[in-house]
Design a protein around this ligand. Sequence first.
Ligand SMILES: Cc1ncc(COP(=O)(O)O)c(C=O)c1O
Length: 385
Amino acid sequence: MYVPCWPGLKPSYFVGAPSQRGLPFPFSAPHKTYFYVARSGIYYLLRALGFQKGDTVLMPDYHSGVEVWAVRASGASVRYYHINRNMEPDLDELSRLCRSNPRAMYVIHYLGWPQPMKELMALCRERGMILIEDCALALGSEFDGEPLGSFGDYAIFCLYKTVPVPNGGLLIQNRNVLSALRNMELRRCDGTSVVGRCLELMLEWIRSQSEIVGNALFSAKRAAGRALTSIGVQRLPVGDISPEFQSAGYRVANLNVGMSPLCHWLLNRFDYELICQKRRQNYLLMREKLLGRIPLWDKELAKGVCPLFFPLLVPDKSVAARALWARGIAAVELWNYGYPEAKREEGPDARFFRDHLLELPIHQDMTPAQVDYVADQVLTLRLHF
Ligand SMILES: Cc1ncc(COP(=O)(O)O)c(C=O)c1O
């Protein structure tokens, strides 16, 4: 059995009619800008706000690295606050840091779970700070009946993490709308990058239906990719947060690229309510299979939370990930590293997550049999603590 980590691009999306219901938030927000990737939205937001050296953004020590890179590339300064084992900030520490006159607070909703928005909004209001919500991992999640991304002054989404689009970052402006962001002239992304990523997403889906056919097609695609590289055809990647990419330095010149028109077309064709429902069902089924048998990071799946992955605590992430991949399960190692300068500020809980938290797929394409299979493999392989 093959279980991909991301949902695939199914043929039915291309033949189905667009949704008649109207798109939900964040797509329905009045002030929005679509980019090729989410980091572009972060960079251009801070540039439009006029951040420069000495203007501080409070950022969590548990992060992917690329969001911090985007903030630093804009010229802003960063101070780090700690994330605890509950994947939340320590509000006392954050409140102390707010007294040092930072201009903005940057909040990440991890794996779809909301941060305590009432308290964070109150802190920002008291101090006149800008609140930026990072919903890269939280498309479709709610807090207290309101969508994540609707609380902060600004919010950023990474669309291709939750739905099968080849690219797409979305910046929402809820308050203090900046016209510079509304009228941006973004470059059109090249067709090869879009077609290449679409093919990957389609092949992932085919491979989850038939491993033999999928593997053969993947080999052909890889050969075609190598041929294109050898004749110098460049592609713009999505979601690359690898350390090699970090040390090579992301390129600011690549940030002013917009989301591809195909993504707009596809975004109209997904059933967002159903996606959230399926992810919750799969999450709860996985939990039922594992609870009481292995130790879990067991944060309540409150109403409205749309989980991105099922978090699994393991002694050695790369050993566990390799063992699962060998059984056809595409486990994800989110965030083994952060932004290099943040390392000395990193707290023990962020370190713990980087070393021990592995993400298992529970996305909308997965069947109960696939969830069963993943849970069985986790237990059989004895990967847990
Ligand atoms: C929390 C968070 N914010 C922002 C980003 C940036 O997203 P993108 O890769 O689309 O630029 C990522 C990417 O992994 C992320 O995990």
